[in-house]
Design a protein around this ligand. Structure first.
Ligand code: AN7
Length: 372
């Protein structure tokens, strides 16, 4: 097993040379040469990126045959999702262009990231969310970060149509993944995976909603290989929730429905790029049911100690569904796009924990409940 490369250097503290974490500058500075920025770009950053690639032995054991599984835990970004990668770029470029306000439609994570980065950049943030279908943590973030929140009575796809029209007509910058700078920032996740492994993985398993992230990863893997940083390319394996699987079905889903509200999307805007990624990488798209998503979500938590949100667990649910097809000895990376704390409601409703309520406050009772 090759060692994972880490971002360490030797510092000289009062006790002599010791390993310390390098001060990570954020992904724009770290990957500046690969991004469309210049000295004139005011970098708006919260030091996003450099997220860990965590080995997942419990999942690997379920596959066997020497397959190695890693989790790219992008839930450890500043606002708790991979959207920060795209937003540091989109907001920096909006600021460079003199924009004073940004707008997005969102199932939650984009709105949290847009709000945080826009406010940090001194801009107004307008976010349209599907009323009643955004996880609690994400709504809390948009509010706390100071966004102007418009809860619309319709799904994400409808909200996106509206923000596109508003951005066309009024002086406000669209920061959904139609904004090309978003995918530029997000491609750095693929760079980090290759930098950590020393090579591209054989399979990249990823949840797919609006299909921006799968498109960005594919761009990143291709650019790195072209530059000689890796010699292979992964198969891009995209997983959608069964009730919101337009790319699997081959047509728009009018009423998308899934417990994984982040990917409750029926008409992905990056469809063409995603289809290209699938074709060029010999990849595949597949649907996973809500039950399969929840099973993977619980396995990640209790089996690996990694808390992700339900949409993110679709990548692991998909890998387990297709485990027979993983070549022996292959390296697989599953992208965990968002932090589990985003959606406490789902965690509290779906777990296998033993929860004993109303315990008398005395030692004997506690010991007895514990089984002693
Ligand atoms: C945790 O925030 O679309 O396929 O508006 O939040 O690039 O859309 C979120 C998407 C996966 C799907 N995992 O990524 C939004 C939004 C999580 C997400 C996806 C999302 P894309």
């Amino acid at each position: 097993m090759p060692l994972l490369r880490s971002f360490r250097r030797h510092g000289t503290g009062p006790f002599g040379a010791q390993p310390v974490m390098q001060d990570w500058p954020g992904l724009i500075e770290a990957y500046r040469a690969w991004l469309p920025v210049s000295d004139a770009t005011p970098v708006v950053t919260l030091r996003e990126g450099a997220t860990p690639l965590i080995p997942a032995p419990s999942i690997a054991e379920r596959i066997g045959r020497g397959v190695r599984v890693f989790l790219k835990y992008d839930g450890l970004n500043p606002t708790g999702s991979f959207k920060d990668r795209g937003m540091t770029m989109a907001i920096s470029k909006a600021k460079e262009a003199g924009s004073e306000a940004v707008i997005c439609a969102s199932t939650g994570n984009t709105s949290a990231a847009a709000a945080a980065y826009a406010r940090r950049g001194g801009m107004r943030a307008f976010v349209l969310i599907p009323d009643g279908y955004v996880a609690q943590g994400k709504l809390a973030q948009a509010l706390l970060y100071g966004a102007e929140v418009l809860a619309v009575q319709g799904n994400f796809d409808r909200a996106l149509t509206i923000v596109r029209e508003v951005a066309d007509r009024y002086p406000v910058t669209l920061v959904n993944s139609l904004n090309p700078f978003r995918l530029q920032g997000q491609k750095t996740a693929a760079f980090e995976v290759v930098d950590a492994l020393g090579e591209a993985p054989d399979w990249l398993c990823i949840p797919v909603g609006n299909a921006g992230n799968i498109s960005a990863y594919w761009m990143g893997f291709r650019e790195y290989r072209q530059a000689g940083r890796s010699w292979k390319l992964p198969r891009m394996m995209g997983f959608q929730a069964a009730g919101a699987a337009p790319l699997v079905l081959g047509h728009t889903v009018e009423q998308p429905d899934t417990i994984a509200t982040a990917i409750r999307i029926g008409n992905p805007v990056n469809k063409e790029n995603a289809l290209k990624a699938r074709a060029e990488s010999n990849g595949d798209f597949m649907a996973v049911t809500d039950a399969e998503i929840i099973e993977a979500y619980k396995l990640l938590g209790a089996g690996e100690g990694v808390f992700c949100e339900p949409a993110s667990a679709a990548s692991v649910a998909g890998l387990l569904k297709r485990r027979e097809e993983v070549p022996s000895g292959a390296t697989v990376v599953c992208v965990l796009t968002g932090n589990g704390l985003k959606d406490p409601t789902t965690a509290i409703e779906h777990n296998d924990a033993k929860f004993h309520a109303g315990i008398e406050p005395d030692t004997a009772t506690v010991a007895k409940v514990m089984g002693f």
